[in-house]
Design a protein around this ligand. Structure first.
Ligand SMILES: Cc1cc2nc3c(=O)[nH]c(=O)nc-3n(C[C@H](O)[C@H](O)[C@H](O)COP(=O)(O)OP(=O)(O)OC[C@H]3O[C@@H](n4cnc5c(N)ncnc54)[C@H](O)[C@@H]3O)c2cc1C
Length: 370
């Protein structure tokens, strides 16, 4: 997670559960370049001295379980093991869902509003043909889990590492979880990682990439792999719109952004919060039109675009180090964006200055190949 997740968790009254949990505390991020040079840890607290600057490295199944329990405690009727087969429509208005429970019984649930939070399966986006792939971010990921891999201690124990591979074809994430488990995955263009590879063997591809990242290789050298390999292909996309009459999209069901800065859960929670406010307001005044349910979309998309620009800048080889040296008073603003504080117009000055540097020679490291 990234620190700004704190505010949505606070509103959901989830913080006590998070603080009691066994999730590893995350205080920082570190970047490693293709030559193996490790940056100083980048402590969130130095930028914002507030408890929100400590976040967590969660195992999603456990975090999601805490979330659903929390929702129940606050009066939500939640069903698990129930599959939505399709959204029900009357003309262009969504009016409910057709569901199948665990023992195969099929039924219908009528509703004034359907919130599609179905993640990458994006039920409504697919049904209405709304998906737009991001042409610049055709990346893929390949990952697995390790037990007993190297981990730092103390305040650095939960640091996420982002490590470039030699030749800058891609980057690894190195994320310490609880129970001595580490999530270690590589991201690169889909063409490079899978399509033009000459093999479909995930294990072979994974270890070929590990060879190009000696810091990862060393850290996992005496560890035991405790899961299969997982792959996710070509995955940055967005819906042409976030709502229609009686329906609204949140999280990955609306859009997904490359995981470089670990922004996915923040964006999912933030869009959920904004959509929930619009739904509550709409129900109170008897307006469940697309305009009402999606009134948050422009602000949210601006925030998502700010994160996207930072992601693209990394892949283009933009040097944030040089940028901060040139504009030291903007270090805080860049950090704010990277921790997920994406919804403030005044931060756009950073992008104006980045554009100015873009126009000059010297703003870039060698661009990433992939
Ligand atoms: C390789 C990779 C690495 C990532 N790393 C990070 C990271 O470090 N940090 C981060 O914050 N994010 C990361 N993300 C992104 C993050 O996983 C997503 O953005 C986030 O999970 C979106 O949440 P969501 O609730 O919208 O969707 P999901 O978490 O996918 O949840 C959707 C839910 O809907 C359910 N569902 C789907 N269809 C149906 C149906 N028909 N009926 C009933 N239920 C259904 C699914 O079972 C699932 O429980 C990563 C993503 C990828 C691909």
């Amino acid at each position: 997670m990234i620190p700004e997740t704190y505010w949505v968790l606070e509103r959901l009254n989830m913080l006590p559960k998070m603080k009691r949990s066994h999730f590893v505390n995350k205080h920082s991020v570190q970047f490693v370049n293709q030559h193996g040079r490790i940056s100083e840890p980048f402590y969130f607290h130095d930028n914002k001295p507030h408890e929100c600057s400590q976040t967590w490295q969660v195992r999603r199944s456990e975090f999601d379980h805490l979330m659903i329990e929390n929702a129940r405690e606050h009066g939500v009727q939640a069903y698990e093991g129930t599959r939505v087969l399709e959204v029900l429509w009357e003309g262009e208005r969504a009016v409910g869902v057709k569901v199948q429970d665990e023992d195969g019984t099929i039924g219908e649930v009528r509703a004034d509003v359907v919130v599609d939070a179905s993640g990458q399966s994006s039920m409504i986006m697919s049904r209405l043909n709304l998906r737009e792939w991001d042409p610049e971010l055709k990346k893929s990921a390949l990952w697995t889990y390790w037990e007993g891999a190297y981990r730092d201690t103390g305040r650095d124990e939960g640091a996420t590492l982002v490590l470039q591979t030699q030749g800058k074809h891609g980057w690894f994430w190195y994320i310490p979880l609880h129970d001595d488990i580490l999530s270690v995955g590589v991201v690169a263009s889909n063409d490079y990682l899978f399509k033009n590879r000459g093999t479909v063997d995930y294990e072979k591809i994974y270890f070929e990439e590990v060879e190009k990242c000696p810091v990862v290789k060393e850290r996992i050298s005496s560890a035991k792999r405790v899961s299969q390999f997982y792959a996710q292909k070509e995955y940055s996309y967005r819906s042409k719109r976030a709502s229609g009459d009686g329906w609204v999209l949140v999280g990955d069901a609306f859009g997904f952004l490359d995981p470089l800065y670990s922004s996915g859960v923040l964006l999912a929670l933030k869009s959920g919060q904004l959509a929930a406010d619009a739904v509550a307001e709409g129900l109170a005044k008897g307006d469940t039109s697309g305009a009402q349910l999606g009134k948050w979309e422009p602000e949210y998309v601006r925030g998502m675009n700010r994160m996207r620009r930072l992601v693209c800048a990394y892949y283009d080889g933009f040097s944030f180090g040089r940028f901060v040296k040139r504009h030291p008073h903007k270090k805080g603003a860049v950090t704010d964006l990277l921790i997920g504080d994406l919804f403030r117009e005044e931060l756009d000055e950073v992008f104006q200055l980045m554009d100015e540097m873009n126009a000059e020679a010297g703003a870039f490291e060698e661009p990433a190949v992939a």
